[in-house]
Design a protein around this ligand. Structure first.
Ligand SMILES: Cc1cc2nc3c(=O)[nH]c(=O)nc-3n(C[C@H](O)[C@H](O)[C@H](O)COP(=O)(O)O)c2cc1C
Length: 218
């Protein structure tokens, strides 16, 4: 099968080693960040916050959170061009949704006189809020849509990436408490350019389950 989308998805792989001498251009970063901002989410909730680690100081802070866990992921903190924390709002409230509704009015998508009616969609958030006000299951899922969108955008830009759940979430959330501002990070994304020799995954064939195992047309 040949199609530009399939070519992108066959081109990409999870980078296991970055070339520390190469950095992503500001132009490509702007495209990536805009693609992440444009990600779809349930009721347009956008319950995410992305923290881009790129300064020496922030990299050192991130590196320290690893301790002795996930040693294969730790080198990406310094070698990758950027190391991005994807965080979700674990307690998404009506006030959070009000910001979305008001933005929709500002963007000309919603008539101001329908403001109250727009809150009917908030039932989806309520359905996904537990008795303690925790919305993590739902808001975390939205964050993974942004991750998927970022992976394909990066492939299109021919920028390598590593989606990363192998982080010490407790330590990351403690270290970046101020920047995360109440949001919770459970997944990260390293981006940059694979090391020309040392990224073993670059040479391995793509492996996926057969279509018949995962897809049923009825
Ligand atoms: C949510 C998520 C978390 C992942 N966490 C890690 C990780 O911590 N370290 C790592 O090297 N790869 C990680 N991976 C990469 C997967 O192992 C990889 O996507 C899968 O084996 C398919 O290979 P490919 O990405 O090269 O096509 C993660 C992937 C996803 C989608």
């Amino acid at each position: 099968m040949t199609h530009p989308i399939i070519e992108d998805l066959l081109w990409r792989h999870t980078s296991k080693k970055y070339d520390p001498t190469r950095r992503v251009s500001e132009q490509d970063l702007a495209t990536l960040f805009e693609a992440m901002r444009l990600t779809a989410s349930s009721i347009n909730a956008q319950p995410w916050r992305f923290v881009v680690i790129e300064s020496r100081e922030a990299r050192e802070r991130m590196s320290r959170t690893f301790g002795d866990k996930f040693p294969n992921n730790q080198p990406h903190v310094f070698d990758a061009s950027q190391f991005i924390l994807l965080a979700h709002n674990p307690r998404y409230t009506r006030d959070d949704y009000a910001k979305v509704v008001d933005q929709q009015i500002a963007d000309g998508r919603l008539d101001p006189e329908n403001r109250q009616a727009a809150f009917r969609s908030f039932v989806f958030a309520e359905m996904n809020t537990d008795e303690n006000g925790d919305t993590s299951c739902w808001t975390r899922a939205q964050t993974y849509i942004a991750l998927g969108n970022a992976l394909h955008t990066l492939a299109r830009l021919r920028i390598d990436a590593t989606p990363i759940e192998g982080i010490d979430t407790e330590r990351v959330n403690e270290e970046f408490r101020k920047e995360l501002a109440g949001y919770r990070c459970e997944v990260a994304l390293a981006i940059g350019y694979s090391h020309p020799q040392d990224d073993y995954n670059a040479r391995l064939p793509k492996s996926r389950l057969a279509m018949a195992r995962i897809l049923l047309r009825i």
